[in-house]
Design a protein around this ligand. Structure first.
Ligand code: C2E
Ligand code: CA
Ligand code: CA
Ligand code: CA
Length: 275
């Protein structure tokens, strides 16, 4: 990549050229990491806010480079989507996560993120089912997290995938709810089991009356639709207290437990202590 001829790079500013080289390097490193299975899974607890019990874990992908640097999934997931490597990555990660989850207490579920392009791939549902079979992981202990943007990419394909998954007994969570192309009609058109209230609301709802009302409305919407509701990004006890008061059923966030390479109760802060 460094041998770009003078003629070819002329059109680019030096900054663009550096960016392109860095990007090409990143793509190459990523391919390498994928081949070497160097992308691993971390697990963050999902906590029942009534009992304070861990009810499941969300798997979060981590790429630790050879130099020990961590690259964020917000960087390498889009990269994998653009290069088509996302199919291979998703399969690797799901297999890994299911194998890990087999070691957890039987009542805990695995929540797995599916990227928008994957959701719109009609081959996805069959591949998920075959990985579950291969690993021996029960389909009713798997939840997939999708974002609303996927539903707009190709609504028919997304609907097909979600129907297949829910027919298998796999649960479906709508991630980052309240952001993006938020449209309430999606709740009628797709079979959801859970809404995840986006962290941006949890960050500020204590100091913003309107946001507090929105959080409250999402919780009562979930209850009316008889779906679960999870608040993500809980960092402070005061946020937790308010969410409990509002009857939010599940919570997730650094206060309750950070993502860790092994799912365990150990990284969960004891909440029974009076505060
Ligand atoms: P997300 O699905 O919304 O995941 C929540 C993100 O918030 C995670 O970031 C998590 O580590 C972080 N988080 C959780 N609690 C707190 C908190 O209390 N405070 C703060 N500041 N952050 C918190 P992460 O692991 O960097 O993942 C970022 C995004 O990358 C995810 O957002 C998800 O969209 C995507 N992603 C992660 N793993 C995968 C994967 O395996 N497959 C796909 N397709 N996407 C993934
Ligand atoms: Ca998620
Ligand atoms: Ca989220
Ligand atoms: Ca997010």
């Amino acid at each position: 990549a460094k041998k770009l001829g003078r003629g070819r790079i002329k059109a680019f500013s030096p900054i663009m050229q550096d960016e392109l080289l860095a990007r090409a390097q990143l793509e190459q490193d990523f391919q390498h990491a994928l081949q070497n299975r160097a992308i691993s899974m971390y697990y963050q607890p999902l906590v029942d806010l009534k009992s304070d019990n861990v009810v499941g874990y969300e798997s979060l992908a981590r790429w630790e480079t050879a130099s020990g640097k961590f690259i964020s999934p917000t960087q390498f997931i889009p990269l994998a989507e653009e290069t088509g490597a996302i199919t291979e990555l998703t399969e690797q990660l799901l297999r890994r996560a299911c194998l890990d989850a087999l070691e957890w207490p039987a009542h805990t579920f695995l929540s797995f993120n599916i990227s928008p392009t994957q959701l719109c791939d009609k081959r996805l549902s069959a591949r998920i089912v075959s990985i579950l079979d291969e690993v021996g992981f029960p389909s009713d202990r798997l939840e997939v997290e999708i974002t609303e943007s996927a539903l707009f990419l190709d609504a028919n394909a997304a609907r097909y995938t979600l129907k297949k998954l829910s027919d298998e007994g796999i649960k479906i969570a709508l991630d980052d709810f309240g952001t993006g192309y938020s449209s309430l009609s999606q709740l009628c058109n797709f079979p959801f089991d859970r809404l995840k209230i986006d962290k941006s609301f949890i960050d500020t709802f204590l100091h913003n009356d309107k946001q507090d009302k929105i959080v409250r409305a999402i919780i009562s919407l979930a209850s009316a639709l008889e779906v679960k509701v999870t608040a993500e990004g809980i960092e402070h006890v005061s946020q937790l207290m308010r969410l409990k008061e509002l009857g939010c059923d599940t919570g997730q966030g650094y206060l309750l437990g950070k993502p860790a390479p092994k799912a365990s109760r150990q990284n969960v802060v004891p909440l029974h202590a009076e505060v």
